[in-house]
Design a protein around this ligand. Structure first.
Ligand code: HEC
Ligand code: HEC
Length: 378
């Protein structure tokens, strides 16, 4: 079959099939959203970040399947180049020899594989961070906070690496467009490129969308099922029992009852040791109740849990060791909130975590559950 004979006069060739083009522009959109929310987002953009990440995961899965079932230039085998051809390509560029390729050129092809690999690593490390740091998603049941934090650094480094690759990719496109006079961008929209009479096309292949769809559905559904069943497991080190009723009653009388996992046992010991001078109030308790609370708080203090607050609030501020709101983490996280918001009637004081964190009483403090009350913002 001669690919060039299809559209005789203008003689253009369908290079990028619908699958490749949809993948390409879908990926551009998803990566853009993921990068914006990842680099510049606030905690409440985590949901959008996750949707973008899941989309990237599905797009990469599709592209891998399409690499074996798409039409000619979508197939991986048509752009598996050796390092020698990449070196040759670099030498051609340096020597200003312009050689046209219909599909990916060797450098471009290596870039595609580098991008697919980096995206796979970013999505995987993202799932580890989500599980370890936020105790959400399919890996929450097995990832520790410490692992999550470590992998968060790797996730970020990979994200910067991806930005670097994208810049190189765009430079490559610019080179081909300006120096090579190729209309690469419109080719990725229409799918067509001017034919190359002097270049033999690779062994042509027909797209097999039905096969691709079936394989994608099997992996997609299997993956979704696996993810859902893993995600349903309790998170590693996440408290599930509801707060002790005596504690909820005595320590929830003036402000919401702080979850025991928020303080170290030394912290709770400090609070219970000075109840008669409790931040200017007398919060004294009968000895029996106090002993009961002491035992409860000690048993459920942050040392026993692996949630984010159990870790980040554990380092007390030596000047004000008995306030969560004096810790470095807390001040950093809330520095952009004006004092008048905390003083407002809807909030009351900085320690009224539950006014803005709807899941505060569980000790989870998920990024998706933050909302400053409307009245407090006026
Ligand atoms: C009589 C009312 C009252 C009772 C009862 C009470 N507290 Fe408090 N608590 C306060 C006040 C007032 C503050 C300081 C509020 C402020 O910063 O303006 C406070 C602050 C705190 C803080 C510091 C919050 C922060 O990070 O700024 C902790 C921790 C705390 N209370 C724990 C407890 C525990 C545990 C109990 C039960 C043993 C308890 N409270 C019972 C009135 C009370
Ligand atoms: C006036 C509302 C308000 C109060 C009160 C408040 N927070 Fe927050 N908190 C926020 C907002 C808003 C953010 C997100 C800040 C940002 O944009 O980075 C946040 C962020 C956080 C985060 C990080 C969330 C994440 O996933 O990045 C934690 C943990 C947290 N707060 C804990 C607390 C604790 C503990 C208390 C009480 C001692 C508290 N907050 C009181 C509004 C509040």
């Amino acid at each position: 079959m001669n690919l060039n004979s299809k559209n005789d006069v203008s003689s253009s060739v369908r290079v990028w099939d619908l699958g490749v083009r949809t993948f390409h522009w879908g990926l551009v959109t998803a990566v853009f959203v993921a990068a914006m929310t990842g680099f510049f987002g606030s905690p409440d953009s985590l949901s959008i970040h996750l949707i973008a990440g899941i989309s990237i995961c599905l797009l990469v899965l599709f592209r891998i399947i399409w690499g074996f079932s798409g039409s000619t230039y979508a197939r991986f085998r048509t752009f598996l180049f050796s390092s020698n051809s990449v070196r040759q390509r670099l030498q051609d560029i340096l020597a200003r020899r312009h050689i046209r390729y219909l599909g990916h050129n060797p450098l471009g092809a290596w870039m595609i594989f580098a991008l697919l690999l980096t995206l796979t690593l970013i999505v995987s490390t993202g799932a580890v961070v989500l599980g370890g740091v936020f105790k959400q998603g399919p890996l929450a049941f097995m990832m520790s906070f410490t692992t999550g934090r470590l992998v968060q650094e790797i996730h970020q480094i990979l994200a910067f690496g991806l930005v670097g690759l994208i810049v190189l990719h765009l430079l490559g496109v610019a080179y081909e467009t300006i120096i090579g006079k190729e209309k690469l961008i419109s080719a990725m929209i229409s799918g067509d490129k001017p034919a190359l009479p002097d270049v033999a096309p690779p062994l042509p292949a027909k797209a097999r969308p039905v096969v691709a769809f079936i394989v994608f559905a099997i992996f997609g559904l299997g993956g979704t099922f696996g993810v859902a069943s893993f995600a349903a497991r309790p998170g590693l080190g996440v408290p599930t029992a509801s707060v002790d009723p005596l504690y909820a009653k005595e320590c929830g009388a003036c402000h919401f009852a702080y979850h025991p996992s928020m303080g170290t046992s030394a912290f709770w010991g400090g609070i219970l040791g000075h109840l008669d001078q409790h931040f200017g109030e007398d919060a004294s308790l009968p000895d029996g109740s106090r002993a009961q609370l002491a035992a409860y708080l000690k048993e459920n203090s942050s040392e026993h849990w692996d949630t984010r607050v159990a870790h980040v609030l554990a380092t007390a501020n030596p000047n004000e060791p008995l306030r969560f709101t004096a810790t470095r983490f807390w001040t950093r996280m809330h520095r952009e909130i004006p004092d008048k918001v905390f003083a407002s009637k809807a909030v009351g004081f900085k320690g009224a975590c539950n006014a803005c964190h709807s899941d505060a009483k569980t000790g989870l403090f998920a990024p998706q559950n933050i909302e400053i009350p409307e009245e407090a913002r006026l």
